[in-house]
Design a protein around this ligand. Sequence first.
Ligand code: GTP
Length: 250
Amino acid sequence: MPEPHPTRRTLRLGVCGPVGTGKSSLIALLCRELSAELEIAVVTNDIYTDEDARFLRAAGVLDPARIEAVETGACPHTAIRDDITANLIAVEDLEERFAPLDLVLIESGGDNLTATFSPALVDAQVFVLDVAGGGDVARKGGPGIERADLLVVNKTDLAPYVSVDHEQMVADASLARDGRVVIGLSRSDRASVNRLVTWVRGQLHRQRTGTLVPADPGPMARHSHSHSHDHGDDRHLTEHHDHLPLGTTS
Ligand SMILES: Nc1nc2c(ncn2[C@@H]2O[C@H](COP(=O)(O)OP(=O)(O)OP(=O)(O)O)[C@@H](O)[C@H]2O)c(=O)[nH]1
C-alpha cells in the first residue's frame, strides 16, 4: 500500500481588492521571493478570461502547471464568497497534484471595496489598495480595508506622481483597522517587500502551530435606503444588508 503524504495542511492565502491595484504583481512577487523555500501554487479568478493566470505563467515565477484559472462568469465576489465551489475544487486539485504544498495563493478578480473571501475558502486574506486610487480610499472603509488580515497600500513609488501622501494613507488605514497590520508596498522598495514576505512567513508559522484561526472580515457594512411610498410623501428609512457596493443606492 502506498505511504500517505504526511498531513501538512497548506496555507490558503486570499488576495483581493479593486481592479488594477497590483494583485497579480504581488502574487508574482511572493512566488519569486518564496518559491525556493516553499512549495507554492496559485488559483486566479477572472470574469471572462484566464488573463491573470496567463500573466503569471508568462512571469516565469512558477511551474505553469501550478497555476489554475477559475472563470467566474459573474461578479468576482460571488466566486470567493457566495459560492466558492469552483475555487475549492481548483485549490484541492492543486493540493492533490502537488502534495505536499505549503502555500496556495488565491487571487480574486478585481472588484469593488466590498469584496472579501469566505473563511471557508482561505485561512487568511490580503486586501490590496494602491496610491493611484487616491489618498482618501483608505478612509472609505468596508470589510476588506477594515478587517482583512493584512491591508497593502501598493505602488508607493507612484505616490509623488499622483500627489498622494502614502505615509498618511497608511496612517489613515491603520486608524480604520484598529491595530491590524498595514504595509505600504512597492516592488522597487526592498524593505517593504521584506515586510510583506515576513508577514506571510508569520501566517505560515501560525497555521503550522495551530494558532491561525480564519477570520471573516464580514459582509458589507449596514446601510440605509429611503423608500418613497404611494401614500402621500410618507418616506420610510429601511436598514438592511444587500449586495450593493458601498455608497450606492437602490
Ligand atoms: N509603479 C508600480 N507599479 C506597479 C506595482 N505593482 C504593480 N504595478 C503595476 O500596476 C498595474 C496593475 O498590476 P496588476 O498586478 O495587473 O493588478 P491586478 O490588481 O492584478 O489587476 P486586475 O487583475 O486587472 O484587477 C501593472 O501595470 C503593474 O505593472 C508597484 O509596486 N509599482
